[in-house]
Design a protein. Structure first.
Length: 160
């Protein structure tokens, strides 16, 4: 979890690949209206996110019942209320928070091509962000391979 451009998708993909798990990107589940708003530089409201969070919760519950191994979902989950909604009726759900400075993430967003999220919305994401108390924190200054190494040191049973 974290703001746009912090590396959620890249890390979730790497975790899934190294564990033999499943990767999902929460952005793939946004309704068309949400994508259009963000593409036009309009921040999403809590109301905009609720149906999306319910769809993600459904994905988490389905996966948990499937027994297919670990699921790594890249999702902003900026507020505690969003994380609580994702957690509803899900037995095991841990959050990994990717912490980074506005300057570093802004630089990453400006370098990113062909993404619906414009760099101009980053400030609104930082304003909405409620840093989690109960999450595993990683500093995004570290490269992906270093973060993966640290993660699998904490969760060795997930590494294949």
């Amino acid at each position: 979890m974290g703001v746009s451009g912090c590396g959620k998708s890249s890390l979730a993909q790497a975790f899934a690949e190294q564990s033999g798990g499943v990767y999902l990107d929460a952005d793939d589940f946004h309704p068309k209206d949400n994508l259009e708003k963000m593409s036009n530089g309009i921040p999403l409201t809590d109301s905009d996110r609720m149906g999306w969070l319910d769809v993600l919760n459904d994905q988490l519950r389905r996966h948990e019942k499937s027994g297919e191994g670990p699921l790594f979902m890249a999702c902003s989950a900026l507020k505690q209320a969003y994380r609580d909604r994702l957690r509803e009726s899900v037995e095991v759900l841990d959050f990994l928070y990717l912490n980074g400075s506005f300057e570093l993430i802004s630089e990453r967003l400006r370098a990113r091509k062909d993404h619906f999220m414009p760099p101009g919305l980053l400030a609104s994401q930082f304003e909405a962000l409620e840093k989690p108390e109960h999450a595993i924190w990683f500093d995004i200054v570290d490269p992906i391979d270093v973060i993966c190494e640290k993660f699998f040191r904490q969760y060795p049973k997930l590494k294949r």
